[in-house]
Ligand binder design. Sequence first.
Ligand SMILES: Cc1cc2nc3c(=O)[nH]c(=O)nc-3n(C[C@H](O)[C@H](O)[C@H](O)COP(=O)(O)O)c2cc1C
Length: 421
Amino acid sequence: MTTGETFQSKAAHLYLSDSYTLPCGVAVKNRILKSAMSEQLGTVKNAPTPSLVKLYNTWANGGSGILITGNIMIDRRALGEPNNVVVESEKNFELLQAWAKAGTQNGTQLWAQINHPGKQSPRGLCSETVAPSAVPFASNLSSFFATPRAMTEAEIQEVIERFASTAEIIRNAGFTGVQIHGAHGYLVSQFLSPHHNVRTDQWGGSLANRLRFPLSIYDSIRERVGKDFPISFKLNSADFQRGGFEEDDSIAVMKALSDRGIDLIEVSGGNYERPAMSGILSDNESTKLREAYFLEFAEKARKEISAPLCVTGGFRTVNGMASPLRDNKLDFVGIARPLAMDPNYSNKLLTGEPVVVNTKPRKIGIAALDRLGLLEVYWYGLQLKRIARGKSPRPNESGIAAFVNILLSSSSRTIYTRLRA
Ligand SMILES: Cc1cc2nc3c(=O)[nH]c(=O)nc-3n(C[C@H](O)[C@H](O)[C@H](O)COP(=O)(O)O)c2cc1C
């Protein structure tokens, strides 16, 4: 990778260093957003740990303007992975405070990504899964994920309330913002998708009805955290499924959030059935993806909205990041896997130091797992655990190590049994 060419008499990397003031009035020191990476560093009882404090201490010294945490769950009965952190009360408040203190050093924004997995909770991890509708997974994934039960009206209202109360606890602990996880096929994105949401009540059917759930969550969080606290939304450009959530729907969601004054929309795409967020579609399709997979879509959306905009997925070169910032196509660039390979990556980008990280797709050769993109999450998860122990990431770590980690995780027994079936 080069240090970046000079654009309009300004060196490329300097476009990353400009500060930015969000609609809520909070200033961010630069344009680099560390995107969420599920750390799986909570305890078996889903409490935060000193390892998270150490990891965010390292990243807050790494230069990014905004650090988005890995997904924090709002309900212990609904986990996406074992060892997720759950915030549903003030029970572990001191550890949350320590985490917030570590991650906000050096004027860094630390935003907690809050999530409910809906149907995307591996079999065996929770006693049951719920979703907008009881739509089963595609046959290749139905071994890993059960068909969910459709949520009742009361359960929908409870989840909205939980998002708000989790956000309030997080704010009180010292985090400087929250992000609603509305992407990647989890509950909020299930409500948005006509493939996953076939309800006939006020929560399904028309786009206005499918939008009701995310907007209710946004409104209830805003009411609890106040107008000065950054709220972001991670949104799919599309879920890449036939009859699913498409680009026009996505732009409509962005407009609605933008009209409400959201502080930042982060664009991604895909879900476990179609893991476009990692650049994994199929062998043919992935070769078509260019650096920053969802940039073309964001350019279209940009014309329709005033909310600050970020794209995540595939950014790897200084020029690739600087040019959409220079051309005012984006306000922030989102980066995930490079920061698992080099926690100092953002500092290097900001100073124009040449940086190369190897983020090629991690595969193990078991097609069902490789297609799922799950190995990818566990492989990079191992690197996060190394950073949390004060060690350097290991670029040559084998896929087998990640696979063993999957087998050792508490959902493993089920996956293993299914693979052997
Ligand atoms: C280990 C790992 C964990 C992830 N966990 C989350 C998560 O909790 N929430 C989320 O929105 N995205 C998650 N992602 C997706 C990233 O935020 C990002 O969208 C994706 O990796 C593409 O960006 P990149 O090409 O810069 O890595 C995860 C990715 C990895 C590698």
